[in-house]
Design a protein around this ligand. Structure first.
Ligand code: IMP
Length: 518
């Protein structure tokens, strides 16, 4: 049945992803032509429509870096002080620099030991040398690992000027020559770096002062990660969650606004005057900042947040794998119905929708996209990766990672009670549980698998990209059906004694066994 007719017919019924099945349509293209580029806010585009949940067992810098390299986006959680959250954001920002605007510099009179210290402390093996050791002063030369890695202990005490490659022997670029109409020609600069055979290319101004540094290892990273989510200066993008308690939010916004690409106002029920006011305040004070509002599950709520100025809408209440909101308060909505109803308004207003919670694998992602989501937010599927915070432990022969709801008692003690408006309650009833998920290995292997699964779904549906999908949604061309219990059973693996190979990607027993045997 056509999508809008379906939901009209079953008005008043709530559907999960598992309750529905999409019907295939005519294919006239190859799978390689599918492009999953999509928007997460009015102004930010992702090549991989996956966002990590701002939870303290899911997103900190390490996960945000690896996910952004794969084309997704990480949202750093707020169960930490604003300064600590800023440090996490800056770790992501510094990871991969098209050009480094504030390189760590030394003066020629520093010692080689100081260079070694920078390598140990910050991991940078190339240090530009300026006249007074400050980042934007007269550029005198470079020290790279080849200039100090084989030195004796005595040599480490020597001044840098004895070992550095002086500016006269280096290929450099004058900033003004590569810059016009507010745009620095990165491609030309990259080519100059490749031609130079140097480890780094210093970019100086007409007076010879250091402006930026480009490094060969960063260039290599660009080439290895063609999908990476970066801004126009090739710096990785990252978002941060903010509580909706006014004073706290103001403090956190002030700390973060210059550095993050977007903020997510993180509350379990976002249809409120508090959130509307906060979005309005933020839009007027920091107009450059992209804002995601939520969580909501109805078109009225979306409309209120969009009207206040939200650039993206996060949808979901009670569908998360760790969530007890529906059990505690009897409030929420099954996720497929929530996404569809919110998409009605988001699609018409061209505001991206993030389907948050309840995603168990690529099939749910496809269904979320059919129902109108532009990206999905993942909690449990990413908490199980090696980049998520926390260590693995083995239980009953299975490698596990901790995963807990932000409404669990333990997480709320760290600050997230704001998300559930229980910060002042004397008795706090948790709306989430603490648990563990089976470890899945690295995001860099897992996310491409999920994405390939989604592409296989798009292909069968006959859609090449999100813009075709959006038109089909608006024109009521998408087809779906409700699954009976029998249909669900038939649609999963059945009638086998055991699965010996190729279990669906949500369950990868052989992977745990491999890991355990290591
Ligand atoms: P999952 O991907 O199904 O694990 O769901 C993750 C989503 O659950 C998050 O992005 C949040 O929206 C939501 N969530 C996180 N913690 C809690 C909680 O303690 N209670 C209810 N929902 C939660």
């Amino acid at each position: 049945m056509r999508i809008h007719d379906f939901f009209q017919k079953f008005e008043g019924e709530s559907f999960t992803y598992n309750d529905l099945i999409c019907l295939p349509d005519f294919i006239n293209f190859s799978m390689e032509e599918i492009n999953l580029t999509s928007k997460i806010t009015r102004e930010i585009t992702l090549r991989t429509p996956i966002v990590s949940s701002p939870m303290d067992t899911v997103t900190e810098a390490e996960l945000a870096i690896v996910l952004a390299l794969q084309g997704g986006l990480g949202i750093i959680h707020y169960n930490m002080l604003p300064q600590e959250q800023l440090d996490q954001v800056l770790k992501v920002k510094k990871f991969k620099n098209g050009f480094i605007s504030d390189p760590l510099t030394l003066s020629p009179n520093n010692t080689i030991q100081d260079v070694v210290h920078i390598k140990k402390e910050y991991g940078y093996s190339i240090v530009p040398i300026t006249e007074d050791g400050k980042p934007h002063s007269k550029f005198l030369g470079l020290v790279t690992k080849y200039d100090y890695s084989t030195l004796s202990l005595e040599d480490l005490e020597k001044p840098i000027w004895e070992r550095m490659i002086p500016v006269e022997r280096l290929s450099t670029v004058v900033f003004e020559e590569f810059y016009s109409e507010g745009y620095f020609d990165l491609v030309k600069a990259n080519n100059r770096l490749l031609d130079s055979h140097q480890a780094a290319l210093p970019i100086i101004d007409q007076l010879g002062n250091l402006r930026y540094l480009m490094t060969r290892s960063d260039l290599q990273k660009h080439q290895n990660y063609p999908l990476a989510t970066t801004n126009s200066s090739q710096v990785l993008r990252v978002g941060a969650a903010i509580e909706t308690w006014h004073d706290k939010a103001i403090e956190r916004l002030a700390a973060l606004e210059k550095h993050v690409d977007l903020v997510v106002f993180d509350t379990s029920q976002g249809h409120s005057s508090y959130l509307v006011d906060l979005i309005k305040f933020t839009k007027s004070k920091y107009p450059h900042l992209q804002i995601i509002g939520g969580n909501v599950v109805s078109s009225d709520a979306c409309e209120a947040l969009i009207k206040a100025g939200a650039d993206g809408i996060r949808v979901g209440m009670g569908s998360g794998s760790i969530c007890t909101t529906q059990e505690v308060g009897g409030v929420g909505r099954a996720q497929a119905s929530a996404v569809y109803n919110c998409a009605q308004i988001c699609k018409r207003k061209s505001i991206p929708l993030i389907a948050d919670g309840g995603i168990t694998g690529s099939s749910d992602m496809v269904k979320a996209f059919i129902l109108g989501a532009d990206s999905v937010m993942l909690g449990s599927l990413l908490a199980s990766t090696s980049e998520a915070p926390g260590k693995c432990q083995i239980k009953n022969g299975i490698l596990l990672k901790e995963y807990r709801g932000m409404g669990s008692s333990k997480a709320m003690q760290k600050g997230s009670s704001f998300r559930y408006s229980t910060q002042h309650a004397t008795i706090k009833i948790p709306e989430g549980v603490c648990g563990a998920v089976p470890s899945k290995g690295s995001i860099s292997e897992w996310v491409p698998c999920l994405i390939q699964g989604v592409k296989q779904g798009f292909h069968k549906l006959g859609y090449k990209n999100f813009s075709e999908l959006r038109c089909a949604f608006l024109d009521n061309k998408l087809m779906l059906e409700k699954r009976s219990d029998g249909a669900k059973k038939e649609g999963s693996v059945h009638s086998l004694y055991e699965i010996t190979q190729d279990a669906p990607p949500t369950f990868s027993k052989s992977h745990y066994e491999d890991l355990i045997n290591v």
